[in-house]
Design a protein around this ligand. Structure first.
Ligand SMILES: *Cc1c(COP(=O)(O)O)cnc(C)c1O
Length: 450
């Protein structure tokens, strides 16, 4: 008896164990919940005499090892169970199978800038441009650059350096991470002349401001916010009546209208309404790789193509291959997720929840994300599990990223390919096997308190 009491006295205290740098590091990855649970379990094991008191920290670490393993260097394929279709932190649009195959094909030597039949140099990425022009017959010419911001930078550099660009005050936006389009525009040497007010701008505001220094009028789609209440800016068609060259940054890169995102601008309609040039992203609603697309009048596109900045922002062969395959297929995982049938999502969630103890199926609103489709709600379903699974699931293989809401972890299957539901089930089961992971262990204080 005395021996047991002595043993108990020697067992390290919880606070001392939690201060162990190795366990502190594990908590950074997994959250405090699982780490505390592993510590408690190891202490209990020592009390039972299963391990020596001085081995408690090591035992807890062993329990956590599978989960606390530092992710290997490099990027990791993640299962996106957030319900956010274009998750910027998760790389925006996932590529279609066709685009992945095209990237694979393009990794070695390729005819990206070579005419195999004639045996001579050819226009770089010409087949990708042909695919874009086939998808957007309203465009006379196309150009692909590194990303949407580069497309805008190139357009303003080529058309308005040293001159004036008219922009509505309500469209001088920050696109995220502290980057603001007005700053980007001014790096080109163009001057911005703000017209109108934050909420209201009229065609007359532009025409009143137009003098001979004005090179073009720039309309920027407010991708990541909405003005509600009293407000309005002229449509593309109304702006085209000014007769000034009109550049429109449509943001999402949507080529044709999509009823799921009624407020998004699309390239075809915008050009039909009279824009001289449209710029947009490749990896938002277009559903392709990171790229910037430029579509419009042949003479205007040609000015961009010949500008020195064009060479600094040119697209690489992998992006060109992926973009071409994406546009030709016209069918992307992004569109699938955007248009997922709620009834089918519910059936998948029920099947998944049926395999997981303690899981429930709950309504879950998905979002477009990636600075697109602001305010669009995508009704669907999720499997709700204990929120303490969030850390272990993120660190599992494959990593599964869900959404913590109302004290539970929601696993929304909208952006999970249906053939990966099994992987989600296995990942949750593995995370539940961790002490503390299923919420039924001794840890009463909950996760990530500090
Ligand atoms: C997203 C966005 C950009 C930037 O595009 P990237 O491809 O992220 O560089 C520029 N303008 C608008 C309106 C956008 O929505």
């Amino acid at each position: 008896m005395t021996g047991a009491v002595d043993r108990r006295r020697d067992i390290p205290r919880t606070d001392a164990l939690l201060a162990d740098p190795r366990l502190v590091a594990a908590a950074r990855h997994l959250g405090r919940g699982p780490v505390k649970a592993a510590v408690t379990a190891a202490q209990q094991e020592a009390r039972r005499g299963g391990i020596a008191p001085q081995d408690v920290a090591a035992a807890a670490l062993t329990t956590l090892a599978a989960l606390a393993a530092e992710p290997a260097p490099g990027v990791h394929a993640v299962l996106n169970a957030t319900g956010v279709v274009l998750h910027t932190n998760l790389g925006r649009a996932p590529l279609s199978a066709a685009a992945r195959a095209a990237v694979q094909e393009a990794t070695g030597y390729v005819d990206v800038e070579f005419d195999l039949a004639g045996g001579r140099r050819a226009r770089r990425g010409r087949t990708a441009l042909e695919a874009l022009l086939a998808a957007v017959p309203e465009a006379e010419a196309a150009l692909v650059v590194n990303n949407g911001a580069a497309a805008l930078l190139l357009a303003v550099s080529a058309l308005a350096a040293g001159r004036t660009v008219l922009v509505s005050r309500g469209e001088l936006v920050e696109i995220g991470d502290g980057f603001r389009l007005p700053d980007l525009i001014e790096t080109t040497g163009a001057r911005i002349r703000e017209v109108g007010t934050t909420n209201c701008t009229t065609v007359a505001d532009y025409t009143d401001a137009a003098d001979e220094s004005v090179a073009c009028l720039l309309k920027i789609h407010p991708s990541n916010f909405r003005v509600v209440g009293f407000g309005g800016t002229p449509s593309t068609a109304e702006l085209a009546t000014t007769g000034l060259p009109l550049v429109v940054d449509i943001g999402s890169g949507l080529l044709s209208p999509d009823p799921a995102v009624p407020d998004e601008m699309d390239a075809r309609s915008t050009l039909r309404d009279g824009a001289a040039l449209v710029t947009g992203s490749g990896d938002k609603l277009l559903g392709g790789p990171q790229a910037g697309i430029v579509l419009g009048r042949a003479d205007v596109v040609e000015r961009l193509r010949r500008h020195p900045v064009a060479r600094a922002v040119r697209a690489d062969k992998l992006s060109l291959a992926a973009l071409e395959a994406t546009v030709r297929a016209g069918h992307t995982p992004t569109l699938d997720a955007l248009h997922a049938d709620p009834a089918q999502l519910r059936r998948r969630c029920e099947a998944l929840a049926g395999r997981l103890p303690g899981a429930a199926v709950v309504p879950s609103d998905g979002a477009v994300g990636g600075g697109s489709g602001t305010g669009v709600v995508l009704p669907g379903w999720a499997v709700a599990v204990d929120e303490r699974l969030a850390g272990p699931l993120r660190c599992g293989t494959p990593p599964v990223v869900g959404r913590v809401a109302g004290g539970r972890l929601l696993l929304d299957l909208r952006c999970v390919p249906p053939d990966r539901d099994d992987d989600v089930a296995r990942a949750v089961a593995a995370a539940q096997a961790v002490p503390g992971g299923d919420g039924r262990s001794a840890d009463a204080t909950g996760p990530e308190q500090a």
